[in-house]
Design a protein. Structure first.
Length: 364
């Protein structure tokens, strides 16, 4: 097995993360959007979950700070039953070999420890994410810290490039949510509930900004690639991220560097957030053939209710059309697509949706 890790502090070593190997490059990846920034990638026999936040902490639990998200009135524990339901709908443990977190706010990393405990899959994320899951009983050697310059060879045909990225907002408006902050120690669980405090100024800061993930697959039919980021702010995409005196580079420059290292001029798919301001900064650099918007569906609606509203962003849609970028819009949680060297197409995933009580297309 070929695995390479470049720079970055670690709790675990990537040598401890064992992936199955593929005899030849997979011809396609199947992509399932589970809600928010929660995705499942099936690349041949390798299943990867990003974020996996299925628990829904209620809005009225939060208070404080300009964002209203700084603190919580009590601690919370993951909804293990609901996470297990989704895991089973995906096909069970054999379909989850790796876990990734884009950043460490509660709506991204809150359930990742539960996914790891249920499946045995290791986690890749920030120092904050690793400390969070350690507080929940996940061993240190199950979590790999990435800082944003890593090139991970999953197999000889599948490569992952980690891109240091920023978080939405503005330091002058909602600094407790936007500013790049890492936990410096494992948080203490509430002795009464056994849970953690989900506030962004409590146990769930963003983890030093966020991490984007650039995937590249070499298949017999040709190369294909996609880039995923789970948050972004147009106010400082060109400004270096500095945490504890360490300069991690400007997000947009970090993306350029990853593309250069991957020997890419463009990608087949961008999976991301941020609307028009982010697209105007990212599209000229990434040159995606298609765009799948994520994390536009809100924070509070119960997962089991399905998609709370349709996607709508006329200005973004107009811009993408001008740039000849195909817009791929989900109609329901657990929508699924196949991406290969020829492009992206929707797949029928009604059976999985029915397992979770969803209609095929949400009625509004």
């Amino acid at each position: 097995m070929n695995r390479v890790l470049q720079t970055g502090a670690t709790i675990a070593t990537l040598a401890a993360v064992v992936f199955p190997t593929t005899a030849a490059g997979p011809k396609f990846v199947e992509i399932t959007w589970m809600s928010m920034a929660n995705l499942h990638y099936q690349i041949a026999d390798i299943g990867i979950v990003t974020d996996g936040y299925i628990t829904r902490i209620p809005e009225d639990a939060f208070y404080g700070g300009p964002s209203g998200l700084a603190q919580t009135r009590t601690s919370f524990r993951p909804d293990v039953t609901n996470v297990r339901r989704v895991l089973n709908a995906l096909g069970g443990n054999e379909h989850v070999a790796q876990l990734l977190t884009g950043h460490s706010h509660w709506d991204h990393s809150f359930d990742i420890g539960t996914w790891s405990k249920l499946t045995g899959a290791p986690i890749i994320g920030s120092q904050t994410t690793c400390y969070q899951v350690m507080a929940e009983g996940v061993s240190a050697d199950q979590c790999q810290i990435v800082e944003g310059t890593e090139h991970i060879s999953i197999t000889q045909d599948i490569d992952l490039f980690v891109v240091r990225w920023n978080h939405s907002g503005d330091s002058s408006v909602n600094p407790e949510q936007h500013n790049a902050v890492e936990l410096n120690a494992v948080p203490e669980v509430d002795p009464t509930t056994g849970g953690l405090r989900a506030g962004v100024a409590e146990d769930f800061p963003n983890g030093g900004g966020s991490r984007g993930f650039l995937f590249v697959v070499d298949s017999p039919d040709g190369r294909y690639s996609w880039f995923q980021q789970s948050s972004a702010s147009a106010t400082d995409l060109h400004v270096p991220i500095v945490v504890n005196g360490v300069d991690y580079g400007a997000p947009i420059d970090n993306l350029r560097n990853a593309l250069t290292e991957a020997n890419l001029d463009s990608v087949d798919l961008w999976i991301g957030t941020g609307g028009l301001p982010i697209a105007e900064a990212v599209v000229p650099v990434l040159q995606p053939r298609a765009y799948l918007p994520i994390h536009w569906d809100g924070l509070w609606s119960p997962f089991e209710d399905g998609l709370p509203r349709p996607f709508s962003s006329p200005d973004l849609e107009s811009y993408l059309d001008q740039q000849n970028v195909i817009l791929v819009t989900p109609d329901q949680f657990m929508d699924k697509w196949q991406l290969d060297s020829k492009g992206i197409r929707e797949l029928d995933n009604r059976a999985v949706k029915e397992m979770l009580g969803f209609s095929d297309v949400q009625a509004f």
